[in-house]
Design a protein around this ligand. Structure first.
Ligand SMILES: [Zn+2]
Length: 217
């Protein structure tokens, strides 16, 4: 999720369809090989199902399957907003806070918070993302603090997102976007030989070069 504040969140994720598309793009992407007919395919959203359909054979991909959203009746946009709150809060989010912010029951809020925490913990300290022939997309965003004044950057936290194509995602808080802050995070969490995609920072471009030189098994 590439965003800084609530306004940008709702611009990027105005409804459930936008959230489902994001989930599809992150996990599969246009051009993803169809698991059934094995062809490189364009994928079209279905109107009556939370799924995408192969242009060739009509096979369906359900982006929510095998995610924490799978068995939930809570709208996807609320889930995304809950995750947004988690990633933009330095001290975590309580079930009560989530209940208040989302307007859901405490039971629902508690369950969502537990799943999000569990998922974030599972990602932390696990096997690195990527590997030989895999693609990891890296992006960063500033969150928190006011945006006025010359030193506003200094008062913000940088959240760095790393998403493996067709795989897992990882969110890390880093103190700033300098190369010295980002490099160790990439080094620690992305396997050598990974192709790193990013559209922004020169610090990452140097990191990519580091990654290409990496000879770890
Ligand atoms: Zn197909």
């Amino acid at each position: 999720m590439k965003m800084c504040n609530v306004r940008q969140f709702f611009k990027q994720f105005p409804d459930d369809e936008a959230c489902l598309l994001h989930l599809f793009d992150v996990r599969f992407g246009q051009g993803h090989d169809c698991p059934k007919c094995k062809r490189e395919a364009k994928w079209y959203p279905l109107t009556n199902e939370k799924a995408y359909s192969c242009q060739w054979c009509g096979h369906h991909i359900h982006p929510m399957v095998d995610t924490i959203f799978e068995k939930s009746r809570t709208p996807l946009q609320l889930w995304f907003y809950a995750i947004f709150l988690f990633t933009t809060s330095k001290h975590g989010v309580s079930g009560k806070e989530l209940q208040r912010q989302l307007g859901v029951t405490y039971k629902t809020a508690w369950r969502m918070a537990a799943l999000i925490r569990e998922h974030m913990a599972a990602i932390d300290g696990e096997a690195p993302l990527g590997g030989e022939g895999k693609i990891v997309e890296v992006d960063e965003t500033y969150v928190g603090g006011k945006t006025e004044g010359r030193d506003w950057r200094a008062r913000k936290t940088v959240v760095m997102g790393m998403i493996e194509r067709g795989g897992d995602a990882m969110l890390k808080v880093v103190p700033d976007q300098k190369r010295g802050s980002l490099m160790p995070v990439i080094r620690e969490n992305v396997a050598g030989g990974t192709e790193i995609h990013t559209d922004e920072l020169s610090a990452y471009k140097k990191a990519i070069r580091w990654n290409a030189m990496d000879t770890r098994p």
